[in-house]
Design a protein around this ligand. Structure first.
Ligand SMILES: Nc1ncnc2c1ncn2[C@@H]1O[C@H](COP(=O)(O)OP(=O)(O)OP(=O)(O)O)[C@@H](O)[C@H]1O
Ligand SMILES: [Mg+2]
Length: 420
């Protein structure tokens, strides 16, 4: 069958290989093309069989799954790796993603989770290939894709994540929203850290602060002819591109409002979506970002100070002449029981909350400390579903309309299998 997903299984335990092979044998759209007992055997087999997806165990005696994935990414880049690991090895998640794995399954996982992951990475990878072959003139007909300008570049959408109070989850939402739009909606996404003094985006994505940042890009743009922004933007294995904040706070002075505008224009020309994590105070550069944004996701929490500041911000936004629907209110940790109800918030600020995101300290902080977005490490969680809904609402539906069966949404996992 032309459309079958070709899977290679890699695990040093014969029973697990057999079990997985049998399990996948029930799926009409999946074909197991081989099984390997070690990392090195996997590399040889993948080179010959060119699988679409490699199901890789992380713990193997000769070459572990991470080393094998690293080599595989270089030698057979079209093969997408789904890593399998036990819960206690969660730190491996970050290393797996950095090695190039596309998905991470924590054992024990259900057969539904397994097949959904395989289908999802396959679809995502295929969409990516389609997008790449369509570049630089992206098709204007695909649903949700940004318009293409006369010179063949995009006219991408700018989404600023702002809040008039700190610590309400801007960076968390910005990072995961960007990843969701890239991996689930097939958008080309760049995430810009707009918190120029104390940006946290690099920390959440485990990026080396020695990478180039906006402080390198602004002077180049101000000086005139810059051929490409590619050397300033980092390709992250989570499927997004990142423009970091300067490595030290005093360098924030180098970022002028006109420089910010130029950066945003350059980024939107090259991407469908530009997500900007802003500061929580007004200054010239933040205003430049908010002005340039098509949508300002303004975050608040169920705290009295957050609500007070939101009321003030909405007044300022009004004075700035922002259209009502440019500002969307996002209530984070909406289910925390802090004695304030959503209805109270709405009547206090005189506006409906547009989106809510649940509180999930376990997924969020766990991911934060490991430098991997929870949208990747815990996609089934409610907090990830909320982020996806937010992404769909601001960035539109998928770019390509593949007949993907959305098995991930199957909330009830029927049969639980456990293999180690
Ligand atoms: N939905 C959530 N559930 C649980 N914890 C969350 C949630 N969203 C954010 N947090 C936690 O709240 C804290 C603040 O989040 P984050 O750093 O994203 O906020 P911020 O608005 O960017 O803060 P800052 O003002 O420092 O830039 C973090 O510890 C984060 O893990
Ligand atoms: Mg932040």
């Amino acid at each position: 069958m032309a459309d079958q997903i070709r899977v290679l299984i890699v695990d040093d335990i014969p029973e697990t290989r057999d079990h997985l092979t049998k399990l996948l044998g029930f799926e009409s759209d999946i074909e197991v093309v081989g099984s390997a007992a070690s990392g090195s055997e996997a590399l040889t087999m993948a080179g010959k069989m060119l699988p679409d997806v490699v199901l890789m165990d992380i713990n193997m005696p000769d070459m572990d799954g991470i080393a094998a994935t690293e080599k595989l990414s270089a030698e057979v880049p079209a093969a997408a790796v789904v890593m399998m690991s036990v819960q206690g090895e969660a730190d491996y998640l970050r290393r797996s993603m950095l090695a190039g794995a596309r998905e991470f399954l924590v054992k024990p996982f259900s057969s539904d989770e397994l097949t959904a992951s395989i289908r999802q990475v396959y679809t995502r990878e295929r969409d990516k290939q389609t997008r790449m072959s369509a570049m630089p003139v992206a098709s204007g007909t695909a649903g949700g894709q940004s318009p293409v300008t006369e010179d063949g570049t995009h006219d991408g959408q700018i989404v600023a994540i702002f809040s008039p109070k700190g610590g309400v989850g801007r960076t968390t939402v910005a990072v995961n929203l960007a990843v969701a739009a890239a991996t689930e909606l097939g958008k080309s996404v760049v995430l810009m850290d707009g918190s120029f003094q104390f940006g946290d985006v690099g920390v959440l994505l485990n990026l080396n602060p020695k990478n180039k940042s906006i402080a390198d890009l602004v002077p180049e743009l101000e000086a005139g002819e810059l051929e490409s922004i590619d050397t300033f933007v980092i390709n992250h294995s989570a499927g997004i591109r990142v423009l970091l904040a300067p490595p030290s706070p005093e360098m924030a002075e180098l970022i002028t409002p006109s420089g910010v505008k130029k950066v945003l224009e350059a980024l939107r020309k090259n991407h469908d979506l530009v997500v900007v994590d802003c500061t929580s105070w007004f200054n010239e550069t933040t205003l430049a970002i908010l002005d340039a944004a098509d949508t300002v996701l303004t975050m608040l929490s169920l705290e009295i100070t957050s609500i007070k500041n939101m009321r003030l911000f909405l007044e300022v936004a009004d004075q700035l002449g922002y259209e009502q629907n440019k500002i969307k209110l996002v209530l984070n940790r909406a289910d925390s029981s802090l004695g304030i109800r959503v209805a109270d918030v709405e009547s206090s600020i005189g506006r409906k909350v547009d989106h809510t995101i649940v509180s999930d300290g376990r997924s969020v902080v766990y991911a934060l400390n490991r430098g991997v977005p929870f949208f990747l490490s815990n996609r089934e969680a409610q907090v990830s579903q909320d982020i996806l809904r937010l992404a769909q609402s601001v960035a539109g539906e998928r770019v390509t309309s593949g007949a993907r069966e959305d098995t991930r949404k199957t909330a009830q996992k029927k049969s639980l299998f456990s293999f180690r």
